[in-house]
Design a protein around this ligand. Structure first.
Ligand code: GUN
Length: 297
């Protein structure tokens, strides 16, 4: 058997088109143009690529993009002053501070200085708490993208056994909360989990988010399970050069699974699409306008 391929590139295009429609309607009916401010501190090349891509896709969706690039030596108080200004700016509906921050800056302090209703990453402690208690919140983009793909593929997730491998604040923990919200029976597995193979083997849904290249082999997967691969790892090719692989061994898993997301072209493109969705959601909420269906948890 060969698994269905869940095409994140195609799906993310659908999400971005839906966002663009929502943005156009918000502008036409209410005169509101959503705006996303992205703050980059320092010159990390990978972060620069992400930030450029976010800015480009924000504009393509019809929204305003405000980029703030700060020197790597920027003081915490200057960064907090900028965030405070963005919090007060009515044209800015979403604020994202690109992580990681240089070592002298306290990430928790910085993230928690963002107004929760503008926290399009969903990292603010108050959004984390609201997600955990089933209240309307801003939801982290990568797990939101995974949830959208799972809902699209399965319809209802109710009663399914889900295993999330990885317990990060950005993916693993919010992913588990979202799956629980959709009535899955959820296990969070991690580097200290005993008998990981047996734990994974029980799952109807496996979300791998550990950051270790191809660590989940096909013989860990239950026949017909859905495998969502969040990992993006660069490895050396035997013939020279490098290639991107996920946390899942794609070939052996797709021989047993019912559906898999590829790397690249699976979860990756969904993350920015969900960032745009969150910015539209934030702009709707700020103006007491009903938000489009299907773009939030
Ligand atoms: N760095 C890598 N991924 C992310 C993300 O989703 N949000 C932020 N703010 N920084 C990141």
């Amino acid at each position: 058997m060969s698994a269905d391929v869940i095409d994140g590139k195609e799906f993310s295009l659908r999400v971005r088109n839906k966002v663009a429609e929502g943005v156009a309607k918000l502008k036409k009916d209410y005169g509101v143009k959503p705006g996303l401010a992205v703050v980059l501190v320092g010159e990390d090349p990978a972060s620069q690529v992400y930030v450029r891509s976010k800015g480009k896709q924000t504009v393509e969706a019809g929204m305003n993009s405000y980029e703030h690039t700060l020197d790597a030596t920027t003081s915490e108080s200057d960064l907090l002053k900028l965030i405070s200004k963005l919090n007060e700016d009515p044209d800015v509906h979403g604020i994202l501070v690109q992580l990681p921050l240089p070592g002298h800056l306290n990430e928790d302090l910085v993230i928690n200085s963002i107004a929760p209703q503008k926290d399009v990453d969903g990292f603010h402690i108050s959004n984390v708490g609201m997600l955990g208690t089933g209240q309307k919140s801003m939801v982290p983009c990568t797990p939101l993208g995974c949830l959208m793909m799972l809902r699209d593929y399965h319809g209802s997730l109710s009663g399914l056994d889900a295993v999330v491998i990885g317990r990060s604040n950005i993916v693993g923990k919010p992913m588990a909360q979202l799956l629980l919200g959709d009535s899955c029976t959820v296990t969070i597995a991690h580097s200290r989990t005993k008998d990981l193979k047996d734990v994974v083997k029980r799952a109807d849904i496996v979300v791998a988010a550990v950051g270790r290249a191809e660590m989940v082999p096909g013989d860990w997967i239950k026949e017909g399970a859905t495998v969502i691969d969040v990992g993006i790892n660069r490895i050396d090719k035997p013939e020279g050069g490098t290639r991107l692989v996920g946390d899942v061994d794609y070939d052996s898993c797709s021989a047993v699974a019912g559906a898999v997301t590829p790397v690249p072209g699976g979860v990756g493109p969904m993350t920015i699409a969900c960032l745009l969705a969150n910015t539209l959601t934030a702009a709707c909420r700020a103006n007491n306008v009903e938000e489009p269906v299907g773009l939030t948890a």
